[in-house]
Design a protein around this ligand. Structure first.
Ligand SMILES: Nc1ncnc2c1ncn2[C@@H]1O[C@H](COP(=O)(O)OP(=O)(O)O)[C@@H](O)[C@H]1O
Ligand SMILES: [Mg+2]
Length: 381
């Protein structure tokens, strides 16, 4: 029997489409118990009338940082009035005013009057209400690297953390979340902040493939009808996701593969479907990362890709010898650039088999794709 004979036009393969949307909060949060427990410990003193602790939450994109905090905050809201959790998406709120407007709203119950108010006035009124409520403020600055880029992070932390100096309020707790591994928060703040901000670091490592399989498996069971995503296709999707180290890639990949299959009137996602869709997800992501590189590193990456295409000897030393005229940099600078390309997960630098401490320079993507990304006209930044 032909596959599509089973499927009418109005039939869908999704049991629940929402499960694959980015804003969806999963019923079960796998493999984040340790992080949740650590954060809960920091909050606990605030339940007993003391101050909450501070934390820096660190990890690559798509490792559950936002979800973990949101779930914890929802639980706090249900459990107590003694803590006021305020979740702030710093990609949306990048000024002192807009961040404090969010805090004001959470504490006072309505948005601050927008016209003509100075941020000091908003802070003053908010602190007054906080004192009356005798509650502890707990602020999460999610994706705080945006605040740092806008040069607002230091002053904002200063204002929040030192609220207790002007009012009889408890010392607020602050969670600073960042996906930018190059951002060193402690170095980014000045002494006035450092003296009151003693965060613990909570790490969110990228999920391993078995963890990804479990997370994606949950979504598939809840969101799709049985048999739509066979185990071998799911396994391939999990592998691709593990390579990208971003669980969002997997969720998006499955959704798009199922949509493609649905459009063509079939009812089962094949490995070929997954491969084809993955190209359209990974190529733009790769392009973005290449674009963000400093020019010298992008140039190096391009030459490495050209060498890889010619099947050249790819030990780090040979690559240096081959390119030294081009890169015009000493070995130390060359190694630093390689290291950065590795951190950006564009290349791997494994020990070269049988060659002592020498390393191989291996691309993580097909050389032709990398060359194309490097050569495409750069967008003005
Ligand atoms: N451990 C997990 N279990 C189930 N779903 C998860 C898990 N971690 C992340 N997700 C899902 O992946 C997506 C990205 O997670 P998110 O918390 O936004 O990551 P981050 O803030 O680290 O970038 C969300 O849709 C989230 O529901
Ligand atoms: Mg996030």
């Amino acid at each position: 029997m032909r596959d599509h004979a089973l499927l009418h036009y109005d039939q869908t393969l999704f049991r629940d489409r929402e499960i694959f949307e980015f804003g969806y909060t999963p019923e079960r949060l796998h493999h984040r118990d340790a992080q949740t427990t650590e954060l809960a410990w920091l909050v606990r003193p605030a339940l007993e009338g003391a101050a909450a602790g501070n934390a820096i939450l660190r990890g690559p994109p798509g490792t559950g940082k936002t979800t973990t905090v949101r779930r914890l905050f929802a639980e706090i809201e249900d459990a107590t009035n003694r803590i006021i959790p305020v979740f702030i998406n710093c990609q949306q709120h990048r000024t002192q005013f807009s961040v404090f407007a969010r805090i004001f709203e959470a504490v006072v119950g309505h948005a601050p009057p927008s016209a003509g108010k100075h941020v000091d006035e908003i802070v003053r009124q908010m602190a007054g209400r906080l004192e009356e409520r005798d509650a502890a403020l707990l602020v999460c600055l999610d994706d705080a690297n945006y605040l740092h880029d806008a040069r607002q992070l230091n002053d904002l932390l200063y204002r929040i953390l030192r609220l207790y100096e002007t009012r009889d309020v408890r010392r607020p707790g602050v969670f600073v979340v960042t996906s930018d591994r190059c951002l060193d928060i402690n170095a980014a703040v000045d002494e006035r902040v450092r003296s009151v901000f003693h965060p613990i670091e909570v790490n969110f490592p990228a999920y391993t493939k078995p963890e990804i399989l479990e997370i994606l498996g949950d979504r598939v069971r809840q969101g799709l009808f049985p048999g739509v995503m066979p185990p071998s296709s799911l396994d391939l999707a999990a592998g691709i996701t593990a390579d990208e180290q971003d669980i969002r890639v997997g969720i998006d990949l499955i959704r798009r593969a199922v949509e493609t299959v649905e459009r063509t009137g079939r009812r089962r996602v094949t490995r070929k479907d997954v491969m084809e869709v993955s190209r359209s997800i990974i190529a733009p992501a790769l392009q973005k990362r290449v674009e963000a590189l400093p020019e010298a590193e992008r140039g190096l990456l391009l030459r490495i890709a050209e060498m890889a295409l010619e099947d050249a000897d790819m030990t780090s030393g040979s690559v240096y010898e081959e390119l030294r005229g081009y890169i015009a940099a000493c070995p130390t600078v060359y190694r630093a650039r390689l290291k950065h390309l590795e951190e950006e997960r564009l290349i791997d630098l494994p020990l070269s088999p049988g060659r002592g401490r020498a390393r191989d320079v291996l691309l993580r993507y097909p050389p032709r794709d990398v060359i194309e990304c490097c050569e495409r006209p750069q967008k003005p930044r």
